[in-house]
Design a binder for this molecule. Structure first.
Ligand code: SF4
Length: 115
């Protein structure tokens, strides 16, 4: 069975075809990153998370955050629920850890700006 995917590893957006029956053999990629992405997307898909959390006393009422590493796609919902519960108090520095080891996934949630 073959699965078609669009590579998201760069703006080229190559159309990949992954042969699941042939050890996830990838064609259509123009570089090695596409091969890695194609295999991983069908075996263990992960994503970086970017979002915002509430902040009090800041110039805005939300501050942008991201995960320090990739999170399994099926755990993104859990992480987003954790982010809903967070409320920071200004001042906050850029790259400050907001949640350490979020949901036990081995990555932190950090701020991407100061406020
Ligand atoms: S296969 Fe390579 S060139 Fe094509 S979209 Fe992926 S990263 Fe970009």
């Amino acid at each position: 069975m073959k699965q078609e995917l669009i590579c998201i590893a760069c703006p080229m957006g190559c159309h990949l075809e992954v042969d699941i029956d042939d050890n996830y053999f990838v064609t259509g990629n123009q570089c090695k990153r596409g091969e890695i992405y194609g295999k991983k997307e069908l075996t263990n898909p992960t994503r970086l998370i970017t979002s915002t959390v509430k902040i009090k006393n800041g110039i805005n009422n939300r501050i942008p955050v991201k995960s320090s590493g990739e999170v399994p796609k099926d755990k993104i919902f859990l992480v987003m629920k954790e982010l809903e519960r967070i409320e920071l108090y200004s001042p906050v520095k850029m790259n400050e850890v907001v949640i350490e080891n979020v949901c036990g996934l081995g990555v932190n949630i950090i701020t991407t700006r100061s406020m």
